[in-house]
Design a protein around this ligand. Structure first.
Ligand code: NAD
Length: 500
């Protein structure tokens, strides 16, 4: 009997409830898998890989297009499930499905046009070329804020390149990802395996597995460091997409009504839980007060609520611990002299759910956590600057370097901004827009990985140089080293096969 109770307890400890952050109610549960289950998934992926990589690029492209078609076909139901588990407003999740399908289409097109490179040979009897080969089994680990899109950004290029993938979704948002088992069944069995569980269990088992050749990770800096440390022991390749603290600079020539809406969009989209959320705003002091009035007035009108309600602009935080971090950042700023112009609290009318009001802070500086650490919530601190030089220095005063925004029509400022700002994406007058064809990733502590574009494909390929001589002739610089033996002169191509 006691043994039975213990077994039941053990079993329940290996199940994770999935909580709707808008209601705090469970909407499902998933197994917390460990090394054994992950090992089986990796073994299936390894078996599938050999067949998958031998498909022609054309065949792989056709299957990726079928994945895209299926995502589009099921986008409404997938988006709804994602709102239930992740809280993001439904229309944003419908967009997420569209962008994810488009990513599979993009890489299907890119792999069809994929080419190696023939390079100059050092002798006329030779052919030298470079081909791009897959790594094998890729371990893909993604967070909860854009679970399907970030999955697509890894899986589409990894599969296009000929890798098999074992995917671990975040424990907060696994249900919509698990629906992809029936989407990926248009691929050969085992090509994509999905494992579920916590970071410390399923995640680490995947990272440590010797059969996984590359870990593609999107998540926090802290977890990224831990994974990089584990992978360094076996010199396993990692691809890191970590945190951000994106800045937004508003110049004195900006249309302030448009700039205020742009900042609100960039700061409050997905309740500020975007890696490229605007988390620091610098406004020229000549327009600072007018800009703040407009931003605060606009932000006060945003409707906070359940993402299933079509009127909702801003949904909940993913969980209580994330909301507490936001509250701690705002409290620290206020203690150091910041002023709350709107928000700065939990909405009184919403008794359940991890909500926080869109918040605009004035009077901030770089001594405050809200200007230095990732907040990951709907908090928009605004600071004045005097000169463009000062604005550039403030933007670069961050350990992160994911994206940066500029509002101006002054071409000289645009040039200085994109040349001097240490960030992977620069948006001028158009915040947060993605383009499948352009690389996305960060400088500095954001990790240096690149997704999307040709760069995103190269992350999942390793270059191989083939050096092929059509003749079999002994070379004069081989053993034995005799006084007549010549060393090779690489500076000029030689005639075919002639001993010199
Ligand atoms: P997190 O690092 O806690 O978790 C991310 C994923 O890693 C989850 O699937 C989690 O289960 C897993 N994980 C956690 N510990 C692990 C371990 N020890 N070994 C293996 N896997 C482990 O991050 P989070 O709080 O869920 O996500 C938010 C973070 O993600 C923010 O910092 C945000 O900036 C970042 N992010 C970055 C990008 C980008 O492209 N740079 C995009 C989206 C989110």
């Amino acid at each position: 009997m006691v043994q039975g109770v213990l077994a039941a307890k053990k079993k329940s400890a290996r199940v994770i409830p999935v909580i709707n952050p808008a209601t705090e109610e469970a909407v499902g549960e998933i197994p917390d898998q460990g090394a054994e289950e992950v090992g089986r998934a990796v073994a299936r992926a390894q078996k599938a890989w050999d067949g998958w990589r031998k498909n022609t690029a054309h065949e792989r492209a056709k299957m990726l297009e079928e994945v895209a078609r299926r995502i589009k076909e099921r986008s409404q139901s997938l988006a709804r499930l994602l709102t239930l588990e992740g809280g993001k407003p439904l229309r944003e999740n419908v967009d997420e499905m569209g962008w994810s399908a488009s990513c599979f289409e993009y890489y299907a097109g890119l792999i069809r046009a994929e080419r190696g490179r023939v390079i100059p040979s050092i002798e006329a009897s030779q052919l030298n070329f470079v081909v791009h080969e897959p790594y094998g089994v890729v371990g893909a680990i993604v967070p909860w804020n854009y679970p399907i899109l970030l999955m697509a950004w890894k899986l589409a290029p990894a599969l296009a390149a000929g890798n098999a993938v074992v995917l671990k979704p975040a424990e907060q948002t696994p249900l919509s990802t698990l629906e992809f088992r029936s989407i990926f069944d248009c691929l050969p069995k085992g090509t994509v395996e999905i494992v579920t569980g916590r970071g410390e269990t399923a995640g680490e088992a995947l990272v440590r597995h010797p059969g996984v050749s590359l870990i593609a990770f999107t998540g926090s800096l802290e977890t990224g460091r831990r994974i990089a440390k584990i992978c360094s022991e076996s010199v396993k390749k990692t691809h890191m997409e970590l945190g951000g603290k994106d800045a937004f600079v508003v110049c004195e020539d900006s249309d302030l009504d448009v700039a205020a809406k742009a900042v609100a969009w960039a700061a409050f989209l997905n309740a500020g839980q975007v890696c490229t959320s605007t988390e620091r705003v610098y406004v020229h002091r000549s327009v600072h007060d007018k800009f703040l009035e407009r931003l605060a007035a606009f932000s006060r009108k945003l409707i906070v609520g359940d993402g299933l309600d079509p009127k909702t602009d801003v949904g909940p935080m993913i969980g209580e611990s994330y909301r507490r971090k936001i509250e701690a950042h705002v409290a620290d700023a206020v203690k150091r002299g910041a002023k709350v112009l709107c928000g700065g609290r939990r909405p009184a009318a919403l008794k359940r759910g991890f909500y926080y009001e869109p918040t605009v802070l004035a009077g901030v500086d770089h001594s405050m956590a809200v200007m230095r650490e990732e907040t990951f919530g709907p908090v928009c601190p605004v600071m004045p600057y005097k000169t463009f030089d000062e604005a550039l220095a403030l933007v670069n005063d961050s350990p992160y370097g994911l994206g940066a925004n500029l509002y101006t029509h002054d071409a000289r400022k645009v040039k200085r901004f994109f040349e001097e700002v240490q960030a992977g994406t620069i948006w001028v007058n158009d915040p947060l827009t993605d383009n499948d064809a352009g690389p996305f990733g960060g400088f500095k502590a954001t990790g240096g990985g690149r997704e999307l574009g040709e760069e995103g494909l190269r992350e999942f390929q390793q270059a191989k140089h083939v050096h092929w001589d059509f003749e079999q002739q002994a070379k004069p610089w081989w053993y034995p080293y005799a006084p007549t033996a010549k060393s090779y002169d690489y500076s000029a191509p030689k005639k075919s096969g002639r001993a010199r």
